[in-house]
Design a binder for this molecule. Structure first.
Ligand SMILES: [Zn+2]
Length: 85
């Protein structure tokens, strides 16, 4: 018995084509996460899902904007007090 490199199913030793995935069981194993680059050809999601996603991103950016505004206020106050304008 040998295993198909693609679907990991058990095959006969003389099998040249996998009976489960119809591919060459001795062929190169499928590329892992670091294998072939992922090519995104189309984003096929409904408009409602896209709107919800964009709203979530907008809501998630509010705390980041607050933190950045507080940091910029602190830095500008330190700058002003250092140079005593
Ligand atoms: Zn297979």
């Amino acid at each position: 018995m040998k295993k198909c490199h693609h679907c990991l199913e058990e095959l006969a030793d003389d099998a040249t084509v996998c009976t489960y995935c119809q591919r060459d069981p001795d062929g190169p194993p499928p590329a892992g996460p670091r294998g072939a680059p992922v090519v995104l050809t189309d984003i096929d999601i409904p408009v409602g899902t896209l709107v919800v996603l964009l709203l979530k991103i907008a809501v998630a950016s509010i705390p980041a904007m607050l933190i950045l505004s507080v940091l910029s206020f602190i830095l500008s106050a330190a700058f002003v007090s250092f140079f005593r304008f």
